[in-house]
Write a protein that binds this ligand. Structure first.
Ligand code: F6R
Length: 217
């Protein structure tokens, strides 16, 4: 595990990896939302890189109107896509047509992940099959509580989401797991050093050949 000095350093170190991938002819990335990648996205915007040949696939999306201010599509537009020269048509998000999404996700060059306090990656909650692919899921009580900070009230938090599966994520050539805050340290240790089990979805990453973990408290 790479321990960084602070949140901005975390963003900057992962931005170095993204910058490297963006130098490929037709880069393909899987991207997360949430609080963890915000310093990364800010740093990427500041670097004014060329995204014109890049294609992105977001990990997940709520079952929600895509134009809702808390949809993950709105989040990505606000924090990254509207600030870089990526083509909107090259920014892909899952929707109810889950098979179609699964079918277009290639072996991406880089997949960036956050981790939930219950060990989820994307919205693969504890108990998700290691063979899972893109699908509609019910959100865990813990995840609804964690995400209520983005909504006016907990009753406004969507109870369902569409997520890439664990098998989908594992197809990636390289995976970077980002975590920020001491409250993530325990689950991070369990996921990366404990038993590989579907009760801790992120533990599947131990089976991937090219995973790097970046943490700051
Ligand atoms: C979001 C996603 C989630 C988050 C996780 C951590 O696209 O894939 O798995 O990465 O819930 O969220 P934060 O970063 O807000 O702690």
């Amino acid at each position: 595990m790479n321990v960084l000095k602070n949140y901005w350093e975390l963003g900057s170190r992962v931005a170095d990896i993204v910058e490297h991938v963006l130098a490929l002819p037709e880069p393909k990335l899987i991207l997360p939302t949430g609080s963890t990648p915000l310093s990364l996205y800010k740093e990427l915007v500041n670097r004014q890189l060329d995204w014109s040949t890049t294609t992105t696939f977001n990990l997940d999306e709520y079952v929600i109107n895509p134009n809702h201010p808390q949809s993950y599509r709105s989040f990505m537009k606000k924090h990254l896509f509207d600030r870089i020269n990526i083509y909107p048509n090259n920014c892909n998000f899952p929707d109810r047509n889950t098979q179609a999404y699964e079918d277009i996700i290639p072996e991406v060059d880089l997949c960036i992940l956050g981790i939930g306090s219950n060990g989820h990656i994307a919205f693969n909650e504890p108990g998700s099959s290691f063979d899972s692919v893109t699908r509609v899921v019910d959100l865990d009580k813990q995840t609804i509580e964690d995400n209520s900070r983005f909504f006016d009230s907990i009753d406004d938090v969507p109870t369902q989401a569409i997520t890439m599966g664990l098998k989908t994520i594992m197809k990636s050539k390289k995976i970077v797991l980002m975590a920020n805050g001491e409250h993530k340290l325990n689950i991070l240790n369990i996921a990366m050093n404990g038993e590989i089990t579907e009760s801790v979805p992120a533990s599947i990453l131990q089976k991937h050949k090219n995973v790097k973990v970046y943490y700051c408290d």
